[in-house]
Design a protein around this ligand. Sequence first.
Ligand SMILES: Nc1ncnc2c1ncn2[C@@H]1O[C@H](COP(=O)(O)OP(=O)(O)OP(=O)(O)O)[C@@H](O)[C@H]1O
Length: 306
Amino acid sequence: MTSIEVQDLTKEYGGKRAVDGLTFRVLPGRVTGFLGPNGAGKSTTMRLVLGLDRPTAGTATLGGRAYPTLREPLRQVGALLDAQAAHGSRTARDHLRVLATSNRIPDRRVDEVLEDTGLASVARRRVRTYSLGMRQRLGIAAALLGDPEVVMLDEPSNGLDPEGIVWIRQLLRRLAGEGRTVLVSSHLMKETASFADHLVVLGRGRLLADTPMRDFIDARVQPSVRIRTSDPAALRSALARHGHDAVEHPDSHWTVHHARVDDIGRIASAAGVPVLELAAEEGTLEQAYFDLTSAEAEFTTQPQEA
Ligand SMILES: Nc1ncnc2c1ncn2[C@@H]1O[C@H](COP(=O)(O)OP(=O)(O)OP(=O)(O)O)[C@@H](O)[C@H]1O
């Protein structure tokens, strides 16, 4: 199977570095979430991998080969970069047939991907009548047309309805399960957490993290414990005796920060505190991401004077 290799990659636009000495690999069999603030260089990196732009320095290859040297590129890598790319006056089916013919892909794949992306019933409508979500689906259909080993999608959930969001999650998991190399950029942290195994995070064109998603979160967010009791005074003093600080919430549950659920359970039980509810609160990708990128954002929102 094919991986994406980015090596010492740099891209300057008019002296400004959009991508700055990047090195990472995207491996087959897992979904890699591609994260970073606006302007971090995600789209530029994808464009460089697809040969749509030339690097100032370094290389971006697929299975060791530069995109322009691939003999039948759509069969090796499918990408969604810009959902507006399809010609508005064509039907979705014609758009895909043109792509299939020019890449020597059998016509039956057109019907398969239309079916896969839920567009079969609207395939004879002109693309200009499509909603943003339908265009996204069409872009994904085009990316999958050549049954490629590598799939790169730039913000695929954009414009999708709730059902579409569940669909894309399942699609990405399936593609990775089939052993493909899947790179997906997104600004939606809950979404990314639901489909990614691994993360590559950029900030100002540089690599900030290249790590399994679970490790990324665990390294940055301390776990906490949620607990509810009918005897708050007893809970508070039992926790205090063990050096834990607890915060009470209006709905009468408590959060114990920097704590593990096993330890808090034992403390409560040993002190005879009646426990109505006890749960581990895992750190979220969103918390970990903000922890990493807060100092890196290219555009930070300035508080407005009232
Ligand atoms: N064709 C171009 N000409 C000049 N500057 C560009 C060009 N393309 C990208 N840039 C600049 O390169 C930087 C990286 O942009 P890029 O679109 O790759 O970021 P991104 O991480 O994809 O951002 P977003 O999350 O907003 O899509 C930005 O400062 C952007 O303005």
